[in-house]
Design a protein around this ligand. Sequence first.
Ligand SMILES: *Cc1c(COP(=O)(O)O)cnc(C)c1O
Length: 358
Amino acid sequence: MITVTKTFLPPIAEYQAILQRAWDKQWMTNRGELVLELEDKLKNYLQVPHLTCTNNGTVPLQIALELFGREGEVITTPFSYVATTASIVWQHCTPVFVDIHPEYLTIDETKIEAAITLKTTAILATHVFGNPCAVEKIDRIAKKHNLKVVYDAAHCFGVTYKGQSLLNYGDVSTLSFHATKLFHTGEGGCWVANNKEISDSMYYSHNFGHYKPEQYFGVGINAKMSELQAAMGLAVLPYINSIIEERKQIYETYNLLINFDEINNISIRKDTKWNYSYYPIILKSEEVLKLLMSKLSEKQISTRRYFYPSLNTLNYVIYKEMKISEDISKRILCLPIYNGLTGKEIELIVSVINDLKY
Ligand SMILES: *Cc1c(COP(=O)(O)O)cnc(C)c1O
């Protein structure tokens, strides 16, 4: 069985040695020393000014929208994981979809201004598969219209754009440390804010609104990361460069072996140091995609339709046609990519792809 992804697990002795510190202190959560150490190490690795760890990658989206959304319209991408749209709706904001660029698959910045109304409060875009949005142009539009920009950067661990962390663009970026992500803490995540005031407001919100034991900054929720999650992060982090390097090898092997006559892959934006987080291929039609999925599954190879369906078709949003996103989401398939995927396994996967009769 070849799965589409596999969680990287550090040697258990290394994980246990870190856990021992929590045992010794008998301290399990509420921003213990392991969470603080992980935050320091992440700030240093990612080269970002303000970072707070959270219990997953969705709640920080909700906290950012609690702050910026004000129950207004939030301009967003239809091509992402469902959490991006769901968090907008959950915060009683209205998602206003803008179609995507056909090659980068990120929100088409040239269509954003036409979607802005007096009710627009924020832009929530996804750097999908770790591919940067047109961050400078989006920044200019946001400044002009006085909007806040939140990036769902769940796929962006370690990605740099024009020589600096991609997370430094926009007002807030959120990362997911879910077990299926490149860097993980089992469940977990963080946000990065570029401004201390925003970072502080979100910080209070993520801990019930506390700023002193008996005083509250405002309404809050519980999004704290526990020591158990942080221990996993501290055990995984030393391996991150080799994790990315191994994925790069897999990515390059696929690129070399796949016959691209009838298949496309995505274009990564220029000036990006990418992290090889996914290997999506775009097929000619949904029929071909279904055929390929079944041929692969006959060989015990699993794939995932990331991202399908296009989020503007969810039954809890107002439908508006998004031609490119709806079309691409029907034809895009993510191939297995994870640490430990062998050359032989890649050859087997590619042989099924290249043998497909159209
Ligand atoms: C994984 C993911 C999330 C959700 O992260 P969790 O940590 O599972 O809550 C949000 N957005 C995108 C684009 C994701 O891929």
